[in-house]
Structure formats: structure tokens, C-alpha cells
Design a protein around this ligand. Sequence first.
Ligand code: AMP
Length: 208
Amino acid sequence: MSTNDPSPSFTPPRPLRRIGIYCASNEGARPVYVDAARRVGALVARRGLGIVYGGGRTGLMGAVADAALEAGGEVIGVMPHGLVEREVAHTGLTALRVVDSMHERKAMMAELADAFLVLPGGIGTFEEFFETWSWAQLGVHRKPIGLLDVEAFWHPLQALLDQVEQEGFLRGTPRYWLQQHHDPEALLSLLETFEAPVARRWLRLGET
Ligand code: AMP
């Protein structure tokens, strides 16, 4: 991954126990997205890792959760009060944490997860992804973010980031935090072996 910093230092990989998953609350236009979400859920569970996600029963969120639960995995949902009805909370989870705000949702997910996986999604998925990534830049956490590249979904984003970098708005190590692969198994391995760039801690989670 390209970066403007020629010589960052890195810390050794840290063991993963739980993966935070961001993805769409609907199923997308083609079945390939639900298939990928189910593969991810089952794979994470089979690797003995837990999942923390937004807690919904619909779309790719529901598909990840259902597949992980069917494979015997731990699935924790985190949802604000106001969305329990609107987003149709999943009632079969290992635990559903109901919180007061969207911010608390993201903060709790970031705390419970050791790494993040981002599947295709819409505005909500992008919001969660960018905030989590910006927290890495600020040193709030040191956890990798994996973009699952279903149907080359993230290629336009990487092209945009290339442009942002070329134009001088993205400097240093932020892109190191992003791992990307079309194969969920390979992507999980990248997260497991991730060596975090050493970064100054500008903020703590409670200060976001
Ligand atoms: P979408 O990708 O738009 O289908 O949304 C996926 C998930 O992101 C849904 O559970 C949304 O509630 C969630 N979401 C949307 N906006 C936010 C936000 N500001 N903070 C946390 N989660 C959000």
C-alpha cells in the first residue's frame, strides 16, 4: 500500500478474539453480496473468533450474524434504543447491547473488536468505516481494518484515496491500516498478521 512515510516502525501482531463487522442493512442488488456475508460469518465463527456488529436482522448484517450463529459462533449486537424497531434487532444473538446513541454504538464496537471487517454497504457502512479509520489516524486504537472486496466493490474507493494522496491530503501511515482482499480467508489472515505502524496517541476513545 502506498504511503508518503518512507520509514515507519511497526509493532508485532496482536491476537484477535473478536472482529467488528460493518456492512449493509439491506441485501444489495445481487445475491453475490449475501453469499459473501454468509461466508464471512461462518468463516469467522469457524476460526473461533467472535463478532460484534450493529445488531440488525436484515440485509448483509443479518446474513453475517445468522451464518456465524449457525456455525456456533459468538455474535454481539450493539444498537441504539431508537433503532431497535427501525432496524429490526436480531433476537437470536449471543448478546444485544442497547445503547443511547450512534456514537456509543461505534465506541462500544471499537472497544469490543480487535480488528474490523468492512463489507459492501451504504451510507451507514461508510460512516462507520471512515470514523473507525480516522480513529486509527488519531491513535485512538491500533486495530486493522479489512475491506472485503466483493465484486471489486472497493476499487473506486482506492482510486479516490490514490487521488487524495497524490493531491497531498493523505500523508503518513493511514493507508497501512487498510487491508483489502476479495477472499475472506486471505483477508482474515492479513488482519491476524497485521503489524501496526507506531503512531502517536492524540486522543483516547472517551475523547472522540
Ligand atoms: P447502511 O450501510 O446504510 O445499510 O447502514 C449499515 C449500518 O450502519 C446500519 O446499522 C446503520 O444504522 C449504521 N449507521 C448509520 N449511520 C451510523 C452512525 N452515524 N453511527 C453508527 N452506525 C451508523
